[in-house]
Write a protein that binds this ligand. Structure first.
Ligand code: PHE
Ligand code: NA
Length: 453
């Protein structure tokens, strides 16, 4: 066993971890990214591949990461190194930890911009800035909100400051408690939107779009996007879940917590789809509109429904909270590494990280205005950060984790940590050895065009 188990913070029981991990998982990925990607990649086929990836890759890898964190009791770098050395293998595997940490940081650099959108729309809702607008106005409002770097920069800077403040003070636990009212609240808001959608005239089309599988509509690129999104939405291969796992008490069941987090995350994403697409179809909007999709569509629904302003305010409050409980998990790996291994105080680690973060996020923010032309191979900074993390770093990091757990680490370690019955353990091992790695490789090779599946 590692020696520093006693000195490390732990969650208060099983619920502390479940709240924190759910807070990390459920976020903009579910409500902002899932719908717009489903729209871009043509609907049902994307959804099906995404669900398959959650089950075949996401769940086994999440169990693996939590087990790594708890066994290694440290940041991704330290935890992986400890578990691997405990197995008598080379610590070069801790490169996986480095990549995960970098990945979480890169995600946060563009996530704060999107969270900034959520905060700015909350503000618009509160001040009546969206009232009386039609479809075209909504598009114009979204564009105008992005066009002014001072405005957009104000909101993303605010999110950066809030994130680093919470992490620096070490008060995440307090924020994560908010998950216990925010999650049910979010579900209620989505239900309100879904009920509205049922009467909007676009519901049937939305159901068909989301759940009718049309094999022809899915490209190789769409499959890789679905795989990457499965990692993104479950906060995997980015240091977040692994680091949270490092605070997990020895008694808690890793399998059960993983299943409840994955289930909650999937339900919220599907509900978000059911809430948004009726509005899109009822108003004749384009599902492939891109990253602005929810901001252009949902305000239309809030305008048309009874008590809409109130619901709209509550919705954006909860979306902003959900974004914060995710953003704090993205830097926890970096901050805990700086504290544990480099001797920083928590506050210094948070503010140091925050400055670098702010600089990179400013580049992402400028992608929507001043820097719209600063592109490389047709992508600006915001797109690059998303593309590199979701399409490359997370699938490769997840592949590495699965292979590491399946073939490199001594098998007693995971048998002990997972505490599963022999049959379930065998299933987990089969998944991380064969199903998850092959799934990732097939999607990758297909997307690279080396061989068509
Ligand atoms: N899972 C979060 C979401 O869906 C995003 C996230 C990615 C959080 C990576 C932490 C690490 O919004
Ligand atoms: Na998510």
């Amino acid at each position: 066993m590692t020696t520093n188990t006693q000195s490390r913070t732990q969650w208060l029981g099983r619920w502390g971890f479940v709240l924190a991990a759910t807070g990390s998982a459920v976020g903009l990925g579910n409500i902002w990214k899932f719908p717009y990607m489903t729209g871009e990649y043509g609907g049902g086929a994307f959804v099906l591949v995404y669900l398959a990836c959650i089950l075949a890759v996401g769940v086994p890898v999440m169990m693996t990461e939590i087990a790594f964190g708890r066994r290694g009791r440290g940041s991704p770098i330290d935890a992986v190194r400890r578990v691997v050395t405990e197995s008598g293998r080379t610590s070069a595997w801790s490169l996986l930890g480095w990549m995960a940490m970098l990945c979480g940081f890169m995600i946060l650099s563009f996530y704060v911009v999107v969270a900034g959108w959520s905060f700015s729309y909350l503000w618009k809702m509160l001040t009546g800035g969206l009232a009386g607008s039609g479809v075209d106005d909504m598009v114009a409002i979204f564009v105008a909100n992005n066009e002014n770097p001072w405005n957009l920069g104000f909101w993303s800077t605010l999110v950066t400051l809030a994130t680093m403040f919470i992490v620096g003070r070490g008060v995440q636990a307090g924020i994560e408690k908010s998950v216990s009212w925010m999650m049910p609240g979010m579900v209620v808001m989505l239900l309100v939107l879904i009920v509205y959608g049922v009467f909007s005239g676009g519901f049937g089309e939305a159901l068909r779009f989301l759940f009718v599988f049309d094999a022809g509509s899915l490209s190789s690129d769409g499959m890789l996007a679905a795989l990457g999104h499965a990692f993104f939405t479950l906060s995997l291969a980015s240091g977040a879940i692994l680091t949270y796992g490092s605070y997990l008490p020895a008694r808690a069941s890793i399998a059960r917590t993983t299943l409840s987090v994955a289930l909650a995350d999937t339900l919220v994403a599907l509900m978000a789809g059911l809430a948004i697409f009726p509005v899109i179809f009822a108003n004749g909007m384009d599902p492939g509109e891109g990253p602005g999709l929810i901001f252009m569509s949902l305000p239309l629904a809030f305008q048309a429904m009874p008590l809409g302003t109130l619901f709209g305010i509550l919705f954006f409050v909860m979306l902003s909270m959900a974004a914060l409980t995710s953003s704090i998990s993205m830097v926890e790996a970096t901050v805990s590494w700086l504290c544990d291994s480099k001797g920083f105080t928590r506050r210094a680690a948070a503010w140091g990280t925050g400055i670098v973060l702010w600089l990179i996020s400013t580049l992402a923010m400028l992608s929507f205005n001043l820097g719209a032309d600063w592109t490389l191979a047709g992508k600006h900074a915001f797109d690059w950060l998303d593309y590199l993390t979701s399409r490359w770093m997370m699938p490769l990091g997840g592949l590495g984790m699965a292979l590491l757990a399946g073939f490199v680490v001594r098998s007693e370690i995971f048998r002990e940590e997972l505490g599963l019955s022999p049959a379930w353990y065998a299933l987990w091992l089969f998944m991380v050895r064969y199903v998850s790695p092959l799934g990732i490789l097939v999607v990758f090779i297909d997307a690279l065009g080396i061989a068509r599946v």
